[in-house]
Design a protein around this ligand. Structure first.
Ligand SMILES: [Zn+2]
Length: 413
C-alpha cells in the first residue's frame, strides 16, 4: 500500500551523501519547500515538490501536512530505557544536597536498578519500558537504541536483552539492542574485579553473541567503573565475537576512553565532556561518531557540557541522544536534547538536527536505512506543529511533534 504525505511547507530531508555529516555537510538540511513524500510498503519511494507528485498512484491514502514542518523520524542512539521501578528518592536526595557517595551508601545507584530489575516480573518491565517508548515516539523518535546494563549478572543481562527484543512487537519504534554488561562493578564483585571482567568476557559475551541478542557491545570506561585495560579486553572480546563497538568515554574525567575508542575503531564514543582536542582529533581520524548527551548534564545540574562546537570545528561528525536512564536523566524528549546541544554544547540548530537524524542513524550503523527522507529508506517521518525547523530547538520542552509515521504507518497520535 502507498501512503503519500502532501503539502509539507518545509520538508527537511537531510538527503545527501549516505555518510556521517561533518563540516559544511552538517549544516545542510536538504530542505524542499512545499514538499511531498511517497511511501510504498513501508519504504520511501519518492521525495520532491508537491506539484511534482507522480500521477496515478494506486490505492494511496494521503496525509495532509497542511503546510507544516516535516522531518525524518528522529533517531535516539543512546538510551538505557529498559529498567524497573523508580529512583525518584535519589533525585530528591540529590536536590537536598546529598553526594553520590551518600546515595550509594544508602543502596542507591546502578545497583538499586539492578535489584529492582531482578525482582520485577518480565511483564512489569515490558509494560514500564513500553510506556517510555510510546512517550519517545510521541516526541518524534522512530528508532532507538536500548542498552542492557542493569543486570550485572549473566542471567539478568541475557534476560534484559531478550526483553529488549520483545519490545519490538509492542511499540512501532525500531529498536537496536546494545550489550552493556560492563556498566558497573556489582557490589558482590567489589573485591574481585578480575572475576567480574572474566564473567563478562568468558560468559556474557559468548552467550549474547551465540543468541544474537545485541548488535553492539558498550562499556563504561571511567574511573570508578572500568579501566582502559579492562575496557579494551571487553571490547576486543566482543569484536572477536562479531559485535560492533561503542564506549562511554571521558564523561567525569579525562581517563583515556576516547583514545581507546579511536584505537579500537568504535562506531561511536559517547559523553566526551572531558575529552581533549587531541582525543577528539584521534576519534575523527578513526571514523567514529561523537555522541553528545546533554540531558545527563542537565540532570546532574552540571555547568560543563561536551564541547560540541570544538567537535564540529575539527570536522568530527556529531550525534545527539537522550541517555534516557533512571539515575540522572529520566527524559524521553529528544527534541529537548536538541535545544540543550545548541545552548550548552555550541552546536548550530542545523548541526543539532543532523545530530538526531542522519548522524544518529550512522551511530547505529543504520545510515543506509533511516535518518533521512530519501528513496529506499524506511518510511519514518514526523509532521510538526510548526512551520519552521528552528522551532524544534526554540520552542522547547513541549509536545511539538504532531503526527509520527513509522514504517509508512501513522504510529502517533
Ligand atoms: Zn549511557
Amino acid at each position: 500500500m502507498n501512503v503519500v504525505v502532501r503539502h509539507a511547507g518545509v520538508l527537511v530531508t537531510c538527503a545527501g551523501d549516505w555518510r556521517p555529516r561533518a563540516g559544511a555537510a552538517a549544516h545542510d538540511l536538504g530542505i524542499v519547500t512545499d514538499g511531498a513524500v511517497v511511501m510504498e510498503r513501508g519504504r520511501i519511494v519518492w521525495v520532491g515538490r508537491d506539484t511534482d507528485v507522480p500521477a496515478g498512484l494506486p490505492d494511496s491514502p494521503e496525509v495532509d501536512a497542511a503546510r507544516r514542518l516535516v522531518t525524518p523520524g528522529l533517531v535516539d542512539c543512546h538510551t538505557h530505557a529498559l529498567f524497573a521501578g523508580s529512583r525518584a528518592g535519589e533525585f530528591a536526595m540529590r536536590v537536598c544536597g546529598s553526594t553520590y557517595e551518600e546515595i550509594m551508601a544508602q543502596g542507591g545507584g546502578i545497583s538499586a536498578s539492578a535489584r529492582m530489575l531482578r525482582e520485577a516480573p518480565d511483564a512489569d518491565i515490558l509494560e514500564q519500558t513500553a510506556g517510555r517508548l510510546w512517550r519517545m515516539l510521541r516526541f518524534g523518535t522512530t528508532t532507538c537504541e536500548i542498552k542492557s546494563g542493569y543486570g550485572l549478572s549473566t542471567e539478568q543481562e541475557v534476560r534484559s536483552l531478550r526483553l529488549i527484543q520483545q519490545l519490538r512487537s509492542r511499540v512501532p519504534i525500531r529498536v537496536v539492542p546494545t550489550f552493556l554488561g560492563a556498566h558497573a562493578i556489582p557490589p558482590e564483585w567489589r573485591y574481585d574485579r578480575e572475576g567480574f571482567v572474566r564473567q563478562v568476557t568468558e560468559e556474557m559475551i559468548p552467550q549474547v553473541a551465540r543468541e544474537e541478542l545485541a548488535r553492539f557491545c558498550d562499556v563504561f570506561c571511567e574511573h570508578g567503573a572500568f579501566s582502559v585495560e579492562e575496557s579494551r579486553r571487553i571490547l576486543e572480546t566482543a569484536r572477536a565475537h562479531g559485535m560492533d563497538l561503542k564506549i562511554h568515554a571521558d564523561e567525569l574525567a579525562s581517563s583515556g576512553g576516547t583514545r581507546l575508542g579511536a584505537e579500537l575503531g568504535v562506531c561511536s564514543a559517547d559523553h566526551l565532556l572531558c575529552a581533549t582536542r587531541g582525543d577528539l582529533e584521534a576519534l575523527r581520524d578513526s571514523g567514529a561518531i561523537a555522541v553528545m548527551l546533554p540531558g545527563t548534564c542537565l540532570g546532574l545540574a552540571k555547568t560543563r557540557y561536551a564541547p560540541g562546537r570544538l567537535m564540529a570545528e575539527i570536522g568530527l561528525p556529531v550525534a545527539v541522544a537522550s541517555d534516557l536512564n533512571p539515575g540522572n536523566c529520566y527524559c524521553e524528549n529528544l527534541p529537548l536534547m536538541v535545544t540543550l546541544a545548541c545552548l550548552y554544547g555550541g552546536l548550530s540548530l542545523e548541526q543539532a538536527l543532523v545530530g538526531v537524524t542522519i548522524n544518529a542513524a550512522h551511530a547505529l550503523r543504520l545510515g543506509d536505512e533511516v535518518g533521512s527522507l530519501e528513496p529506499g529508506k524506511r518510511g519514518d517521518l514526523v509532521i510538526w506543529e510548526c512551520d519552521d525547523y528552528r522551532d524544534i530547538a526554540y520552542h522547547f520542552g513541549v509536545q511539538l511533534a504532531s503526527i509520527v509515521i513509522a514504517g509508512g504507518v501513522v504510529a502517533a497520535p
